[in-house]
Design a protein around this ligand. Structure first.
Ligand code: 9MR
Length: 355
């Protein structure tokens, strides 16, 4: 098993010195693996749940909520003094089977009950919550960019304000995050989404919706993600002007377009991490950088985006034997460049929106 250096070398202590949170998504099955456990503590001062805190996981049996897996993950964080990022209260893809059909009124009641019960259960123990995940889908054709979903149908476009306001009352210390995918790409649809996100945030902040932070998932693809990305820079500046913090919530780098050769692949993936983090850390008031899985052995990408040549993906910071990869060193270097402790972003009242 790989031997790591002293603790000061780990990403966690670098992040702590920079006033940042740095971590990974986990599953309860990860917790029983002792060497993994040790490596997590070296590299993470934040953890999140990859799926066991989602509504459909908690209610896999109709009407019988089961928080045992989510509780275990939160207890792991508490026992080891790690921050915990809750993922996620309302997501259109995590609706329990029993609520996929049925009346809007029943759905609305169940969704509100789930939110209230879940936030209350962990009040004061979570650092932050992804209150809503993936609210936007410009391809659905609505002027406001909102995704057509059961939440929208049952609760109307106010569902975002409703969710954030309830969560803020029930857990006043958690940082409330609107988490989104695809904001980071260099594609026309991503630019549309960025524009719609700015409008959505402006609207919601103007009416007092307590959104504190934008979560940028950051599932990148090596050889597709550009080194320079002025549009993303401009977007992040606008987010800062609104007084919002940013979290990188689900970072990984798919290598499905890269050559098979492992050294070349690892170098391209590392360079993608480096360029992306340098840009985002430059332009935003960042609270956290979290990867979506800790080792290449536990990535969702082998099933969702397999390589054509059948070789396993290498999208994360450690390999299956817990050896630090070039991507790990790239992330460390990027974190070391941050020379300010993250604090709440300050809105710039004089700034004119540039979109
Ligand atoms: O990686 C997660 C996978 O294990 C789950 O089966 C799936 C459905 O719950 O969700 C995956 O995580 C997603 C995250 O919750 C939201 N952004 C996209 C992630 C990858 O699909």
């Amino acid at each position: 098993m790989a031997q790591h250096g002293p603790d000061e070398d780990g990403l966690s202590s670098v992040a702590v010195r920079r006033g940042l949170l740095c971590g990974t998504a986990l599953c309860t099955s990860d917790l029983s693996l002792q060497p993994l456990h040790h490596a997590i503590l070296q590299d993470c001062n934040l953890v999140t749940a990859e799926y066991e805190m989602k509504w459909d996981a908690i209610q896999s049996r109709p009407h019988i909520p089961d928080y045992s897996a989510a509780d275990k993950l939160v207890a792991f964080a508490t026992d080891n003094a790690l921050a915990f990022h809750g993922h996620t209260l309302w997501w259109h893809e995590a609706i329990p089977e029993v609520y996929r059909e049925g009346s809007d009124a029943d759905f609305a009641e169940a969704a509100l009950q789930h939110l209230d019960m879940t936030v209350t259960r962990y009040t004061g123990r979570l650092t932050s919550w992804d209150v809503i995940n993936e609210a936007l889908e410009p391809a659905h054709g609505r002027e406001d960019g909102l995704r057509r979903s059961r939440f929208l149908d049952a609760l109307g476009p106010d569902y975002i304000a409703t969710a954030f306001s309830r969560a803020a009352v029930l857990d006043p210390t958690a940082v409330l995050v609107l988490n989104e995918m695809g904001l980071e790409y260099d594609l026309p649809e991503a630019e549309t989404k960025r524009r719609m996100m700015l409008s959505l945030l402006e609207r919601e902040l103007a009416r007092g919706t307590p959104i504190a932070c934008l979560g940028i998932q950051s599932h990148l693809t090596a050889l597709e993600q550009p080194r320079e990305h002025p549009r993303l820079r401009a977007f992040l500046r606008e987010i800062g002007r609104m007084g919002l913090n940013v979290m990188i919530t689900e970072m990984d780098v798919s290598d499905h377009l890269c050559p098979r050769d492992q050294r070349r692949r690892d170098a391209i993936v590392a360079d993608t991490y480096r360029a992306y983090l340098d840009l985002v850390l430059d332009e935003s008031s960042i609270l956290a950088v979290s990867t979506w899985g800790f080792t290449d052995g536990s990535t969702w990408l082998n099933s969702f985006r397999p390589r054509a040549d059948g070789a396993p993906q290498r999208p994360l910071l450690l390999d299956r034997a817990l050896r630090r990869k070039p991507a790990w060193h790239a992330v460390r270097k990027a974190l070391l460049r941050v020379n300010h402790a993250a604090g709440p972003a300050q809105p710039d009242p004089g700034a004119e929106p540039s979109h």
